[in-house]
Ligand binder design. Structure first.
Ligand code: DQA
Length: 153
């Protein structure tokens, strides 16, 4: 069975395309999902792409990822700046995690400049719009490959 990556999106990201396009771009979440699926196919990796406006649902999905997915990519949206629960969930499942933001959170309001989730992330990509998801996928595909090579050595 091929490896898969769970890509999680937090609140309000379902509105991409029409939500503050000057900040978040004109692509919809469906566009981003289609692109991730295509790039994932190229790496031989399946993509489970989800969005929720509910913190607990995101926590549940992170728990379910253990034993099911090889890695996580997450854009936690506003929960980045508030959610110890999502941080704890990510620390509990101990899967390689990359955090993504469409906008450069460090160039924006002060309250966006801290992310709880970053403490559980191998890396954070922000400011490159939807390209950030693809960069995160490349990073995770490399991580999965190197883990496999280590396991075979
Ligand atoms: C975001 C940045 C967050 O501050 C904001 O609450 C979002 C989107 C981004 O992708 O740039 O919802 O995570």
């Amino acid at each position: 069975m091929r490896d898969s990556i769970l890509i999680l999106n937090g609140p309000n990201l379902n509105l991409l395309g029409t939500r503050q396009p000057e900040v978040y771009g004109r692509e919809t979440l469906n566009d981003i999902e289609a692109h991730c699926t295509q790039v994932g196919d190229g790496f031989g990796i399946g993509i489970d792409f989800r969005q929720s406006n509910h913190e607990g649902e995101l926590v549940d999905w992170i728990h379910e990822a253990r034993g099911k997915h090889a890695a996580i990519i997450i854009n936690p949206g506003a929960y980045s700046h508030t959610s110890v629960a999502i941080l704890d969930a990510l620390l509990s499942v101990d899967l390689p995690t990359v955090e993504v933001h469409l906008s450069n959170i460090h160039k924006r309001e002060e309250f966006r400049q801290h992310s709880y989730v970053s403490r559980a992330a191998q890396g954070v990509i922000c400011g490159f719009g939807s390209l950030g998801y693809i960069l995160a996928l490349q990073a995770q595909a490399a991580e999965i490959k190197s883990k496999k090579q280590q396991a075979m050595a």
